[in-house]
Design a protein around this ligand. Structure first.
Ligand code: SF4
Length: 70
């Protein structure tokens, strides 16, 4: 199986530039997982732009989003 890097690049919502892992999702996941983080594509647009990729920040930002929707 070949990497769909160009297709992944087209869909990637991560705004952090430059990043050598962009479009190579397996490397992106491995990199962030090592630090207890999640890739940028898990986050809302606003949360992604903070570049805080921690699981804790993901949980709190999603909780705030759900609360705002209620
Ligand atoms: S989430 Fe992290 S590793 Fe993935 S493309 Fe963005 S900056 Fe690079």
């Amino acid at each position: 199986m070949e990497c769909n890097k160009s297709e992944n690049m087209r869909k990637c919502p991560c705004t952090y530039e430059p990043c050598s892992r962009k479009g190579i999702c397996c490397e992106c996941i491995e990199y962030h997982k090592k630090s207890g983080e999640l890739p940028g594509c898990f986050f809302s647009k606003a949360a992604e732009r903070t570049y805080n990729r921690s699981v804790e920040y993901f949980a709190s930002s999603e909780k705030n989003r759900w609360m705002a929707d209620e």
